[in-house]
Design a protein around this ligand. Structure first.
Ligand code: GLN
Length: 238
């Protein structure tokens, strides 16, 4: 078995080391003797294709970088819609998350999104920064870090989790992120998947089930250290 992971624009969208999420997916596959091919598509790599791709990852970035990336992504809008509708796995963090929506409205301009999710984002006055704890149906307690000026309104979408600590999507609704088909979109930056191995395995399982319909599930790994670190954070913010 093998998964192909496409990392979109790591040269522009890689705040707080979002790239570590790629390393985590790869490592957790390798530990189970499942192959992992990672393709990094940077701004100067020309066109990209989703042929044979199982997981697409888009990280976070500043408004300036998002503007550049949004034009590139819009050129591939139809292909990305097709991928998501075909249950392709898409993981998007912060700036990448905002770009999956209809638009991201800044003070002086509006960045058009891919319209994959029926959500929109508006820039607020204060930045929402800090540690986050979520309660999630797909992965239990999720711990992470957020730093965003945008408030994202997710309408009828299912959130990734309820906010136990932190601001979440919009500082009001008490929810964070979106889970839609095999899309996981979240404001949680940096080492999201290394900190939350259950979420990583949820994502990998979705990709493996799609590619190998007979796939029977991932072998468990020893995640004691990660569980202890997560518990510590959860208790600290309780
Ligand atoms: N530029 C966006 C915002 O501030 C996203 C930032 C990020 O990816 N951290 O809301």
């Amino acid at each position: 078995m093998e998964l192909k992971i496409l990392h979109l624009y790591p040269d522009l969208l890689n705040l707080y080391g979002d790239r570590g999420n790629i390393a985590c997916m790869k490592k957790r596959l390798t530990w189970r003797s499942i192959g992992a091919e990672v393709i990094s598509h940077t701004c100067d790599s020309g066109d990209f294709s989703l042929d044979g791709v199982d997981i697409v990852f888009i990280g976070g970035g500043s408004d300036r970088e998002q503007k550049i990336v949004c034009h590139r992504l819009l050129e591939h809008k139809e292909m990305l819609h097709g991928f998501v509708n075909d249950n392709g796995v898409l993981v998007a963090v912060c700036g990448g998350y905002q770009l999956l929506g209809k638009y991201y409205k800044l003070a002086d301009e509006t960045i058009e999104g891919l319209d994959i999710l029926d959500i929109y984002t508006e820039q607020g006055k204060k930045r929402l920064i800090g540690n986050v704890v979520l309660d999630s149906d797909v992965a239990g307690k999720i711990v992470g870090f957020e730093n965003h000026g945008g408030r994202t309104y997710i309408g009828n979408h299912t959130p990734l989790g309820k906010v136990v600590h932190g601001y979440g999507n919009d500082d009001k609704s008490g929810v964070e992120g979106v889970v839609y088909k095999n899309v996981v979109a979240t404001y949680l930056h940096g080492p999201l998947l290394p900190k939350n191995p259950r979420l990583c395995d949820y994502i990998l399982t979705n990709a493996l089930k799609r590619k190998y319909p007979d796939f029977g599930g991932l072998a468990p790994l020893d995640d004691k250290l990660e569980a202890t670190a997560s518990e510590y954070i959860v208790n600290r913010f309780n």
